[in-house]
Design a protein around this ligand. Structure first.
Ligand code: BTN
Length: 325
């Protein structure tokens, strides 16, 4: 089966916005038989698309299922490279693992790995990441920006800003960022970001940005231990969210902000980030591997460290910690 032609056919059906797409013309353009096109249409129907076949006119897309496949994402995309290549899976262990292998095999800048379900999703510090089928966004983006390896951790903060902007645009909800990698709504976590690096000593080869978002889960979709601390966009808005559109929104902002970071450094992103931070000015506890400290969160440094003013008046930059408010 030729996946590209199949994707193109689905894209045409979407773009026709309810008008018929001629199977004959499409078949001729791609050097295929009309039966081959008909087989693709049947496969779309098996995937949950509703397609009407109109005599002498062609195929009309009536409705599409709630899927995060490439056609559903790409119709909302305004990027030049992010999301222009999408590897879509029904179920995988972890999109992050697939993305690492793809990056090593020279996948292009902006390649997106996305799945409906992860059976072994991983979070920061190798913690498990719950990834219910068809309800969330489980994706890993491979990017190859012109950055030094020491600038890579800031991509977590760049991504966080892109995500809250995309959420705001689609739902009008004001999500906040909890340093370093959590997006919060009403004090509960709805998104986690896992940024990993493939690098030479002096040059970033690839950054893999893993994003896990709770989108259409209800409370019952979360395991008991997560119920008190996790939330979803649907729980916050009361509405079902178009996941593919949200993915496209994130990619649009992420490409914009990554370019901004490459060109102008971290300053503009830092300003945006601090506007969304839920810790600024608050007393917090930073739980690190070997110690726990308390202080007042000031903001973030140019290197993306969280700056805490301790009780003795000194200021300390934190590289990695769980922050308790
Ligand atoms: C965290 O908050 O600990 C980060 C969670 C990151 C989860 C995402 S889901 C898509 C990608 N694949 C994974 O296995 N993990 C990341």
């Amino acid at each position: 089966m030729n996946t590209n032609v199949k994707n193109e056919l689905l894209k045409r059906l979407f773009e026709a916005k309810g008008e018929p797409v001629s199977g004959q013309e499409f078949a001729e353009q791609f050097g295929l038989s009309r039966t081959a096109i008909w087989k693709y249409i049947k496969e779309f129907e098996e995937d949950g698309y509703e397609i009407a076949s109109i005599r002498k006119k062609g195929y009309v897309l009536i409705s599409s299922p709630d899927r995060v496949n490439s056609a559903n994402i790409q119709k909302h995309l305004g990027t030049s490279s992010y999301g222009r290549t999408i590897d879509y899976y029904e179920s995988v262990q972890s999109t992050q693992i697939i993305a690492h292998d793809a990056a090593q095999a020279e996948a292009a800048d902006g390649t997106l790995i996305v799945a409906e379900e992860q059976t072994a999703g991983k979070g920061r510090l190798s913690r498990p990441w719950s990834s219910t089928a068809n309800k969330g966004i489980w994706m890993s983006l491979i990017i190859r920006p012109s950055l030094m390896p020491q600038q890579a951790p800031q991509m977590t903060l760049v991504s966080a800003v892109a995500i809250v902007r995309a959420i705001e645009e689609l739902t009008q909800l004001e999500a906040t960022i909890k340093w370093p990698n959590d997006i919060m709504i009403n004090g509960k976590k709805m998104t986690g970001i896992l940024t990993e690096l493939q690098s030479d000593p002096d040059r970033v080869k690839a950054i893999i940005i893993g994003i896990g978002m709770n989108v259409n889960q209800g409370e019952d979709d979360f395991p008991d231990e997560l119920k008190p601390i996790a939330t979803s966009l649907k729980m916050a808005t009361g509405e079902h969210i178009d996941r593919a559109k949200l993915i496209a929104g994130i990619l649009n902002y992420l490409e914009l902000y990554t370019k901004m970071y490459e060109k102008h450094g971290f300053g503009p992103i830092k300003l945006l980030w601090e506007g969304y931070s839920n810790t600024a000015g608050k007393r917090v506890r930073a739980v690190m591997l070997n110690e726990t400290i308390e202080g007042t969160a000031l903001g973030i440094s140019e290197e993306g460290l969280l700056e805490l003013r301790l009780d003795d008046g000194s200021v300390r930059g934190i590289y990695s910690a769980d922050i308790v408010l």
